[in-house]
Design a protein around this ligand. Structure first.
Ligand code: PBG
Length: 342
């Protein structure tokens, strides 16, 4: 018992005190918190995905991705300069053509929207950051699949590789430094690597979307690239239920010559990302995709979460799970916040 100054006697509960070991010592002040911070996000780890749309006069805002636009050729250049000034590691360019067909002809045409944009950016910011190209057919095909189709409507893996090789050579010719192979065809890394080397583009790097899942979180991206996909991508993208299979994809892609491997999406696949980071012998990237962006923006717009803190925490979490490089639509804004914090 104890007695208060007022003379009241009461029972004092006996609690075990922690004694010597007190983790809060390292959380007590901003100074010590900064000292012991284990993981950090750097602007140079961030890659900004950007969309360029053929035939636009003005940048066009995307409804499901507030703050993100389809760029014109000129506004894309400005966004890339801004990204370079913010110290980003790179920009990943997606092109939206005016005309589509069954085999995605405009993907490998040097005058196609993506290749023209890559040439613009290589000239404008190629010395300041990594100019990266999405290498996939879905933006260029009228059926919206990532490859060419067989007569009975399935995605034809090996025929698609021929198109990827054409695309890779056009992108390398345009000046892209790194090609992001996002189609999930078997053998795509080896096919593209061989073709690049044979054509004298030995320095052009390959980022393999090694573990890319068939995800609902790509939803807003469909609006961004105006894709009307017929069916779904489950016959080539990975089943969200599968964790072990990611390591098989990573192993294959590294064996085929991938310079960087990626896990996508990010936030629902942090276990996969940690697995991959634990075994990969090449740098690991993660893509915080359109739906992840949209969720946080939507909740923040309602006032339900603090936007800046949620963005920072989400990207930090992806880094903590093991990503060396993070593709995020917040890259430029986040880099600005990081600069403020220094
Ligand atoms: C395929 C590709 C997609 C995304 C990036 N590359 C779409 C898909 O596979 O369905 C999605 C990116 C995002 O949602 O932010 N070219």
């Amino acid at each position: 018992t104890s007695t208060t100054p007022e003379g009241v006697t009461r029972d004092v509960p006996r609690v075990a005190v922690p004694g010597r070991v007190r983790p809060r010592r390292l959380r007590a002040t901003p100074t010590v918190r900064r000292l012991v911070q284990q993981h950090r996000v750097h602007a140079s780890d961030l890659v900004l995905p950007v969309f360029v749309r053929e035939g636009l006069d003005e940048p066009r805002p995307l409804q499901a991705m507030p703050g993100v636009v389809q760029h014109t050729r000129d506004s894309l250049r400005r966004a890339a300069v801004e990204a370079a000034e913010a110290g980003l590691g790179g920009v990943m360019v997606f092109g939206i053509p005016e005309h589509r067909d069954a085999v995605g002809t405009m993907a490998s045409d040097p005058a196609g929207v993506l290749n023209v944009a890559l040439a613009d950016l290589a000239a404008e910011v190629g010395d300041a950051l990594s100019v990266q190209a999405d290498l996939c057919l879905d933006e260029f095909t009228d059926h919206g699949h990532c490859g060419v189709l067989t007569a009975d409507g399935r995605v034809d893996n090996d025929a698609t590789l021929v198109r990827y090789v054409d695309m890779a050579l056009a992108q390398a010719e345009a000046g892209a430094a790194l090609l992001g192979l996002s189609g999930m065809m078997d053998g795509q890394v080896g096919a593209v690597r061989d073709a690049l080397d044979a054509a004298g583009y030995g320095d052009v790097a390959v980022l393999a979307y090694a573990a890319k899942y068939a995800s609902a979180f790509y939803g807003p991206f469909r609006e961004a690239v105006e894709s009307e996909l017929q069916g779904d991508r489950r016959a080539y993208q990975m089943d969200p239920a599968n964790r072990r299979e990611a390591l098989r994809e990573v192993e294959l892609d590294i064996a085929e010559g991938a310079d960087v491997v990626m896990v996508k999406p990010a936030m629902s696949y942090l276990d996969v990302l940690a697995d991959v980071a634990a075994v990969s012998t090449v740098p690991v990237a993660a893509y915080q995709v359109s739906g992840e962006y949209a969720m946080i923006e939507a909740a923040a717009a309602q006032g339900w979460i603090d936007r800046r803190r949620a963005v920072e925490e989400s990207v930090l979490g992806i880094r903590r799970a093991g990503a060396d490089v993070v593709l995020t639509y917040w890259a430029t804004e986040l880099a600005g916040w990081l600069a403020e914090g220094r």
